[in-house]
Design a protein around this ligand. Structure first.
Ligand SMILES: Cc1cc2nc3c(=O)[nH]c(=O)nc-3n(C[C@H](O)[C@H](O)[C@H](O)COP(=O)(O)OP(=O)(O)OC[C@H]3O[C@@H](n4cnc5c(N)ncnc54)[C@H](O)[C@@H]3O)c2cc1C
Length: 390
């Protein structure tokens, strides 16, 4: 009899009852509101972001690890488990929630003043307002310190000029957290997307993360009062700290995508017959299944270790999160590709989630710091030597 991959090591025993409840809640909402539809959204390259945000908001999944302002105040592991279930359905849907909670809301929660928090956070927690986070630019991705977007003072106002690229949720956002260079270093702004001069166009023809809205933002002399500037954000370490938050969710999310691939593949391999027997009965298939299961278990254990560390220490060091993101996304994409081979021709069909997960994970491998950048972060922590630039 086949066993669910995570059950082989009794990994559920590592969770509390409350954590299992949060996981069940997230699993229920994706089973009802995402799984039946997501293959179609992916194929059409569209996602009903507003409807989903409202559903997720009702259940407290938006900014769920934050406190106050309508946020759920969940623990690190509870938040991680929610990301795992969301990404088991689709990385794009998890991205909607991560960008909302860990990037846009976190930036305002951590670096905003009381008036900004009151203005944005309750509506964002409820899913009535959608946020995005604009750091990457067309010419500056891995190296945001060289960003071109400028914010200059004009009387008591700020005027933002420049552009941002590959911004999740931008075409559907009500508020964009925009990072720009000022005379005093990098600053963050909570920009209402209705401000004249702000525009966001949908990036079309993506082959990955198609059930997610991704945009290019143009800032054409966007005039803002000083009250839009996040007063506590000083320098590049502010957006980088938001990325550390969001990467933690990815550590868990990748486990979800890999688990979904493996569960799909186990069900397939035990029923699909060739040469008169189930393909799961062939030794070569079993070797693949066993190796993938080991990597899935290791990824889960790494995620829960980082979660417990964060709960006890209050925060994770960037290199710790880099280790989780690098390992778990790299292994998840490997699992997705190997699962694809076991599904044979059916592996390329949208009838099964495996190729969609594999394609999505290409984006996850790149965004929030590419694998190479995480290798460099870990390398620097190990050696004390900075290899980012010559
Ligand atoms: C679907 C999607 C959604 C995204 N959402 C957001 C978002 O919401 N907000 C946001 O701000 N950004 C977002 N991004 C942007 C993402 O974070 C960047 O794509 C990523 O940081 C890489 O930047 P780049 O694409 O410019 O690649 P580049 O920085 O040009 O890198 C290209 C290659 O060069 C390598 N490289 C670069 N520098 C070095 C070095 N020093 N040493 C070794 N190798 C190096 C990289 O690892 C990579 O392999 C998103 C991207 C995608 C694809």
């Amino acid at each position: 009899m086949a066993v669910a991959p995570l059950d082989l090591l009794d990994l559920d025993d590592l969770l509390t009852d409350e954590e299992r409840d949060v996981r069940a809640l997230a699993r229920r909402v994706v089973d009802d509101k995402v799984r039946p539809f997501v293959a179609d959204w992916y194929e059409r390259g569209e996602v009903p972001a507003r409807e989903l945000a409202l559903e997720f908001g009702k259940l407290g999944l938006l900014g769920m690890h934050l406190t106050g302002y309508g946020c759920a105040g969940a623990s690190a592991v509870q938040y991680g488990l929610a990301c795992m279930e969301l990404e088991a359905a689709d990385s794009g849907v998890r991205s909607l929630v991560s960008v909302q909670g860990s990037l846009a809301m976190y930036a305002i929660w951590k670096y905003g003043d009381e008036q900004q928090k009151q203005q944005w956070l309750p509506g964002m927690a409820a899913g009535e307002l959608i946020g995005c986070f604009g750091l990457t630019e067309p010419d500056h991705g891995s190296d945001p310190a060289n960003m071109s977007t400028r914010a200059r003072r004009d009387g008591s106002d700020w005027v933002l000029t420049g552009g941002k690229m590959w911004i999740t949720n931008a075409p559907v956002a009500d508020v964009a957290v925009i990072w720009a260079r000022t005379d005093d270093g990098v600053a963050g702004f909570a920009v209402p997307t209705s401000t004249p001069g702000f525009s966001a166009r949908e990036i079309k023809h993506k082959m990955s993360l198609r059930a997610s809205s991704t945009g290019e933002i143009v800032l054409d002399d966007v005039r803002l009062p000083d009250s839009a500037r996040l007063p506590e954000a000083r320098g590049l370490k502010a957006p980088l700290s938001c990325l550390t938050e969001a990467r933690y969710g990815i550590v868990w999310g990748a486990v979800g995508a890999a688990r979904d691939c493996l569960e799909t593949t186990l069900a397939y391999a035990t029923t699909r017959e060739q040469f008169g027997r189930p393909i799961g009965g062939f030794q070569l298939t079993q070797a693949k299944l066993a190796d993938m299961t080991l990597e899935l278990h290791k990824a889960f254990l790494l995620a829960i270790h980082l979660g417990r560390l964060r709960e006890s220490a209050g925060a994770l060091r960037p290199e710790q999160v880099s280790e989780g993101k690098l390992n778990n996304v790299r292994e998840a994409i490997g699992i997705a590709r190997t699962c694809r081979t076991i599904l044979g021709g059916n592996g390329i069909s949208g009838e099964y989630p495996v190729m969609r997960h594999a394609n999505n994970l290409e984006s996850v491998l790149t965004y929030e710091g590419t694998s190479e950048i995480h290798q460099l972060v870990i390398g620097q922590a190990l050696t004390g030597l900075n290899a980012f630039a010559s």
